[in-house]
Write a protein that binds this ligand. Structure first.
Ligand SMILES: Nc1nc2c(c(=O)[nH]1)N[C@H]1C(S)=C(S)[C@@H](COP(=O)(O)O)O[C@H]1N2
Ligand SMILES: [Mo]
Length: 388
């Protein structure tokens, strides 16, 4: 296979002479394999999250185990963040090749260069938009979900094609190519060390990047998580993503005339908060697991959804719709599939961690169901409707 020496011959002399031996297939292939692993994990966990929020007909997500989404989404964000330093090192290891001659060449070379341009652009777009999102840069929330989803296929597809094309190079580089650079200047031993150094640095920075967000989901890592903006903050020990003030619901939420409207196929009834509190109460431990990757366990007390529906009339199955007092906002309603609606752990919660809900957590009452993205746990409920 090509040695460093061969590789330099392909390059303009001024570029070739400045190439570190660490910019070699040895490094590029190893980092590439690591990226393939983290990106595949990120892609699959991302699809799961998207399908839960926008379910295709064939898709079923279980209510148990209650912590599954917490794990898949935590993994999505951690694997994405780990990929960032890996991609930067990868680009560093191959970037002199961007100056290889001929710049365009024949159709095959044009296709190769074009596909790499698409790969790099899509990958950087995914990582940047993902990072902005977990850093709560929300100016373009709606744009984010659809574009991040569509670009995931582009990035993953381009990566798969790139890997297939480069498979021979990767095989050769992984199969003891550490000494294949002996055609270039310098002693082979030195090259091996500097390559190892680059790989070591990539591993350490990927590890640090992972740690910087892992504490969002892994409690004992919380203090290390500089990139976990929501960890441990907020009233009653639970973070708040959108406050009552931001949602402009404070006045309506605290209004003594507040009523929750609940309707089933043949029946409709309204409940004051006092009436809800007089119904049989259930306590469950369920996490809030935000799509941003953070999650916290909490103890919720309230009325079981199926008990509440039964108090109104005959719930005959099917999805249940939830509406918030919040009149504008992307997350002011949600739909709960049947298997969640009948689950023992699904509550219309009135209390959190032993106290009445804080208004920022959804007072007078909010939905809390197991194994769901936080974004679907609608706060400040105004209406519940069996849609079946
Ligand atoms: N009505 C309403 N409910 C909402 C939201 C919202 O913006 N409006 N945000 C959701 C999001 S993104 C999350 S992660 C959880 C957070 O719940 P918490 O603020 O009690 O931690 O609430 C969800 N419920
Ligand atoms: Mo969220």
């Amino acid at each position: 296979m090509s040695t460093d020496h061969d590789r330099r011959l392909l390059l303009p002399a001024a570029v070739g002479s400045r190439i570190s031996p660490a910019r070699s297939p040895f490094v590029a292939a190893r980092i590439g394999v690591a990226i393939a692993v983290t990106v595949t994990i990120c892609f699959v966990t991302g699809l799961i999250s998207h399908w839960i929020q926008h379910p295709p007909d064939w898709f079923r997500w279980p209510a148990h185990p209650i912590w599954l989404y917490r794990v898949t989404q935590g993994t999505h964000v951690i694997s994405g963040v780990i990929t960032i330093p890996l991609v930067l090192v990868k680009l560093w290891s191959v970037y002199p090749r961007l100056f290889a001659r001929p710049a365009i060449g024949g159709p095959v070379r044009l296709a190769e260069r074009g596909s790499i341009a698409v790969l790099v652009a899509a990958m950087l777009f995914q990582l940047a938009t993902g990072l902005f999102n977990i850093a709560q840069f929300y100016a373009w929330r709606f744009f984010f979900t659809t574009t991040h989803y569509a670009m995931a296929y582009v990035a993953f597809g381009a990566l798969a094609i790139h890997l297939a094309v480069k498979l021979p190079t990767v095989r050769a580089a992984l199969g003891g190519a550490a000494v294949s650079g002996s055609g270039s200047e310098g002693r082979p031993g030195e090259q091996t060390v500097s390559r190892r150094t680059v790989l070591g640095a990539a591993a350490v920075s990927a590890g640090l990047a992972g740690l910087s967000v892992a504490g969002q989901s892994v409690p004992w890592l919380r203090r290390l998580s500089v990139l976990a903006p929501r960890s441990g903050m907020g009233p009653l020990g639970v973070p708040v993503n959108r406050t009552a003030t931001q949602a402009s619901v404070t006045e309506r939420a605290l209004d003594p005339g507040y009523r929750l409207a609940v309707s089933v196929a043949r029946g409709c009834r309204t409940f004051s908060r006092t009436e809800l509190a007089r119904l049989p109460q259930t306590t469950v431990d369920l996490p809030i697991s935000c799509v941003e990757g953070w999650s916290v366990s909490a103890r919720w007390t309230g009325v079981r959804l199926r008990d509440l529906l039964a108090a109104v009339g005959d719930y005959r199955g099917g999805p249940v719709g939830f509406r918030s007092l919040e009149s504008v906002g992307l997350y002011n309603s949600s739909t709960l599939p049947h298997n969640f609606a009948i689950d023992d752990a699904t509550l219309v919660a009135l209390r959190l961690n032993g106290s009445d809900l804080d208004v920022d957590h959804g007072y007078p009452c909010r939905l809390i169901a197991p194994n769901r993205p936080g974004v679907l746990q609608t706060k400040w409920l105004s209406a519940i409707e069996a849609l079946g």
